[in-house]
Design a protein around this ligand. Sequence first.
Ligand code: ADP
Ligand code: ZN
Ligand code: ZN
Length: 749
Amino acid sequence: MIAQVIVDVVHTNVDKPFSYLVPDGMKLALGSRVRVPLGKRKVDGLVTGLLTDDQLPTEVPIHKLRPIDSVLEDYPALLPPLILLAEQMAQENHCPLSETLRLMLPAAMRTGRIKQKQELYVKLSQVDGEAEAAKLKRAPKRATLLRLLKDGEARSVSELAQLVSNPRESLKALEEAGLVTVEEREVFRSPYDQEDEKRSEAPPLTADQREALQSMLPSLTQGNGAFLLHGVTGSGKTEVYLAMVKQVLQQGKGAIVLVPEIALTPQMVRWFRNRFGHSTAVLHSRLTDGQRFDEWRRIRLGDARVVVGARSAIFAPVERLGLIVVDEEHEQTYLSDKHPRYDARRVAKRRCENEGATLVLSSATPSILSFAMARRGDYTLVEMPNRVNERPLPEVTVVDMRVELEAGNRSIFSTLLAQKLGECISRGEQAMLFLNRRGFSTFVSCRSCGYVVKCDQCDLSMTLQRSGPDDPGELRCHMCGAVRKPPDVCPECGSKYIRYFGSGTQRVEEEMHKLFSQVKTVRMDIDTTKGRDAHAKLLDEFGSGRAQVLIGTQMIAKGLDFPKVTLVGVVAADMTLNLPDYRAPERTFQLITQVAGRAGRADRPGQVVVQTYKPDNPCILAAAHQDYRAFFELEFARRRTGLYPPFTLLARLLVECPDEAGAKEMADRLYEIMQTYLLSHAPQKRRVLMIRADEAPVKRIRGQYRYHVLLKLFDHPDASPILRQMAELTALGDERCHIYCEVNPATMM
Ligand code: ADP
Ligand code: ZN
Ligand code: ZN
């Protein structure tokens, strides 16, 4: 036998399978991880093909092949469908196969740092435990142990040690007497709170839920179908997923449910654990390496059939996949920010097509792209226009902050929001205040000359962090973590009028305390949620009712379900609108609609106050009316006339280099090559709307200067050779100067 092995080394030189001899008696399958010689080194690799001697390509002389060193696990780490997926992704992203294969395995498995955890288990031999215990009057500890084991179930030594002090000696004696057997077993490190688990049943479904299921369930049996589930906030979409997963399990198949960020939606995991118990596994970045490895193994070995996880869970090794759900499909977190830059929604579609599974993308505010695809017929649109139990959507009021200022109100809160807050608090209900900014204020700028304090390394404005009004605080760069003291006078012009501009979550919290000194608040932003359990603790503080007001950045916009929240304040709706990104209106609409959706989810109706300096902006108005269709038509038309995606593609070659001249030179060179390429490729050239070499929007990050060659292309098959050409040019990079090819990146920094 000959094995074709992709070595785990990311380099274009080794981006093809190498052939190795399989030694006699070595147990090996497609997808097994192996250790193989490569030149003078030994490296890990993955078996992607198995051939008999006569299938070997003739250019490889069989006597020159070297044998495989060893097999790393006694089961194949990757199943054939995932190998296929890795191959497709490598082709699509123009990157080495070893790079996409890496996505499919837990990092701890590759590095070999984490081992399977073994524990000693004890079991009664074929004897009557009670009778034997009665004989051991002189050895009470041994007798107790026998009684604990008399039901014949195996118990771990660590469990017994909690009931009987130092049981090891006694167990040894019992083993020697042939009364018990002791064996090593693998145990899984678990990320769950055992006490938290209580089983629950599905409630009677609403009419919307039943109709949605009627359109989607038949596809599960047929093993096909791709749906876009558009359901307003609070329409009970989760219950629809649960019903679908239940049927998938009954059919002996498995499911993957992707959520934007698990730490923010602990409720989702709880719902699935309560319904499906031990068959649910979770996969996300906040698990320890050991927990992640063990959850992955539980899925791989079929112990868990339902996976709830963040973006990378799309690669979970679920066998016989029946369903993939992408919850809140509009979220940016589904775009990978590392190379290879994949879009989990696209990967989900691919996997479903490959493996005969059903795809459900779901959101109250679908992305423009997905909704456009649904209209084109790529997805079947399923709508849930009503909230559960005829609860009304919250009532939204837009407040013009310019009028507030004219009337002399310089506070962060409009008169209306302050009044509603007061009413909400005195009724004993809860409120959420939402601000798309973190820190006490976003940046420090000079009112005389406009100077803004920026990070030396990153060319980004620094954020001021203060513990209170008397604290001078410190400036922090959110890209690289650099810290500095805020200046007393402007370093440019010497003016004293250098001050904190705008308002952040800390300032909202402070003003809140000025207005209502007795009210307990919780602040959730990137600074208060660093630890492993920080999210869960803060959410619990609020969920339990110990705090009455939750103040946060966009992270509180996502799927939270707190029944006592009746008021939501959007403190500054314009912030995202002013971002230099063609998706700014889409983001703004999504954020306002999503946060508004947190209000009035139970029996008491919700109210929303949206504060803005642009009360006539059509996207703010559509959000206030929670009218997705109106927003979609508006935005789709704007994208068509402005030639933005999905009508066009934005692609760039990004150069990062420690010296500026080097970065610029490389970008200019890439620009020249692209121009030459286009001159000799007329059909491709016709699809190019714009090409230019330029500084990247953020000129420096972590000391690396950044330049790019930016192209705007019509989304047309003729344009794809251009992307291939761009991807090939990344090979011109070296150790100093990196080149990345990005197509429609999540953010264009
Ligand atoms: P969405 O994700 O659509 O915003 P959720 O799935 O979070 O909505 O559901 C909103 C709330 O309604 C949750 O508290 C959920 O438990 C409850 N709910 C969902 N379906 C039903 C039902 N059929 N009967 C009663 N309550 C339901
Ligand atoms: Zn100045
Ligand atoms: Zn920095």
